[in-house]
Design a protein around this ligand. Structure first.
Ligand code: ZN
Ligand code: ZN
Length: 191
């Protein structure tokens, strides 16, 4: 049985690779990496930045396709490896049937993506607030990691796995998951 203080990643994730896709400020990426490391308790490695895949750009809507970015960053399958990849972009993302998304992941998949664009105050005409931007990005990053580890959306508004429809939801939720989601994670753990 896991204790309350056990790291979220314990037994389910050994390393998370963070990769900037397109232009993302390196200092912001580092701060997101250290925030995510603190919440998950596993190794978080910042990989070399990559270019935005051409096919993900949908110029007519001024947005990038989250799933096409996902396809581009998906690592080759590594048997038995408890590794995941999280792409960070600073472009507005959309997904099938949704005007925009803060991020996307395949359930239990190897890769996920988060966008900083709509997490920044500037997007809403408000003064920049970098600590708040990093805090929001850490929450959305941990949310996508939760999906990669098999967690679905949670009804608890304070849980990181609550679906953020807007920044109000992101700002209200914690950067970690509720007891129920924690129990679910621990069921997937190696015995
Ligand atoms: Zn989600
Ligand atoms: Zn939960």
């Amino acid at each position: 049985m896991g204790s309350r203080l056990e790291a979220l990643s314990h037994g389910v994730l050994d390393r998370l690779d963070l990769v900037a896709v397109g232009d993302v400020r390196r200092d912001i990426l580092r701060r997101i990496a250290s925030g995510v490391r603190e919440v998950l308790g596993c190794e978080v490695k910042v990989l070399e930045k990559r270019g935005l895949p051409q096919e993900s750009c949908h110029a007519s809507r001024g947005q990038y396709s989250a799933s096409e970015i996902l396809d581009a960053v998906k690592p080759a399958p590594r048997k038995g490896a408890r590794l995941r990849t999280l792409a960070v972009v600073d472009e507005d993302l959309f997904s099938a049937g949704l005007n925009f998304v803060f991020g996307e992941a395949d359930l239990s998949g190897p890769a996920a993506v988060v966008s900083l664009t709509r997490l920044a105050n500037e997007f809403y005409g408000l003064p920049p607030d970098e600590p708040l931007l990093v805090e929001r990005a850490v929450k959305e990053a941990v949310h996508e990691v939760g999906h990669m580890l098999g967690l679905t959306h949670c009804r608890d508004r304070g849980c990181v796995m609550y679906f953020s429809n807007s920044l109000v939801d992101t700002d209200r939720k914690a950067d970690t998951c509720c007891e129920k989601c924690r129990r679910h994670l621990s069921q997937g753990r190696d015995r």
